[in-house]
Design a binder for this molecule. Structure first.
Ligand SMILES: [Zn+2]
Length: 288
């Protein structure tokens, strides 16, 4: 699932590519993605000008004229693309740019917004869990899933981080991924920052010392900023808006490196089950 670095990369690129454009129409073949009534979606999206694009946690907010906001949550496998496609019957055929054509991960286009310069904004989503909502600014700002978000992982100050995390009873990895505690972090970067901070993923959050909280806070910023610089992680489906892979996977420390050597001490990285997810860690550097 795209996390803060991937979503921010998408938002930065969208601001360069689609701001100022007008949406001339919409096409989709999987209506369930769109959470607002379909007829209203088509009517309300048409003719809107794109004003700016922002990230809120892992959500992409596209601000439109007429005080509307289009929200895209990419969920498991969704990613936004900008390019050109040809629709022939049930087939969506990519025409440009080249990475969208060559990389099979970009083939699952189920929603297209047509722009007034001939370009298109598309949602490719293999597993079809992505969510799109169109509503007035007032309606969107009151959506429970947006209102309940905790402070952003890149913006939170240490004092707030300490107060939020230090009082939770759950396992630290789970608290880091809890969007109502801190927002933006998921499975990949929680593994990475815990390894950097030398903290076991199962350690209860409220048992972390002041020093461990400080280390974790600085590891969080360091890992997220590094990943943002490298344009995210593409171990599974994530691609940027031109269909290209991010480069963080090449330098990752532990995520999906089970049975590889720890870069710090040479011990084999372990994978353990945690709820429905997995945690990857070094049993020697990250003691419980
Ligand atoms: Zn180690």
């Amino acid at each position: 699932m795209p996390e803060l670095p991937e979503v921010q990369t998408t938002v930065n690129d969208l601001n360069k590519k689609i701001v100022g454009r007008k949406i001339t129409g919409a096409w989709f073949d999987w209506g369930k993605t769109i959470k607002s009534p379909l007829r209203e979606f088509e009517k309300n999206i048409k003719g809107k000008k794109i004003l700016k694009v922002e990230r809120l946690a892992k959500n992409i907010l596209i601000y439109l004229s007429g005080d509307f906001i289009l929200l895209v949550h990419q969920k498991m496998t969704g990613h936004l693309l900008v390019g050109k496609w040809k629709i022939e019957g049930k087939k969506v055929i990519p025409i440009e740019p080249k990475h969208i054509i060559s990389d099979p991960q970009n083939r699952f286009v189920h929603l297209i917004l047509f722009l007034d310069n001939g370009q298109m904004l598309a949602l490719s989503d293999l597993r079809k869990f992505a969510k799109v909502i169109l509503g007035t600014k007032n309606y969107m700002e009151n959506l429970p899933e947006l209102k309940e978000l905790g402070p952003d992982a890149l913006e939170i100050r240490f004092e707030d981080f300490k107060n939020i995390v230090g009082q939770k009873h759950g396992k630290i990895k789970q608290i880091l991924m809890d969007q109502t505690a801190i927002s933006g972090i998921g499975n990949i970067y929680s593994d990475e920052m815990l390894w950097v901070a030398k903290i076991h993923p199962f350690k209860p959050a409220n048992k972390l010392s002041e020093k461990e909280l400080k280390n974790l806070y600085s590891a969080m910023k360091k890992v997220l900023e590094k990943a943002l610089k490298l344009r995210g992680t593409s171990v599974s489906d994530y691609r940027d808006i031109e269909g290209r892979e991010g480069k963080y996977a090449d330098v990752r420390y532990v995520y999906q490196r089970e049975d590889e050597k720890c870069q710090r001490c040479g011990t084999m990285i372990k994978r353990v089950k945690m709820g429905g997810r997995s945690a990857h860690y070094c049993p020697k550097c990250q003691k419980l």
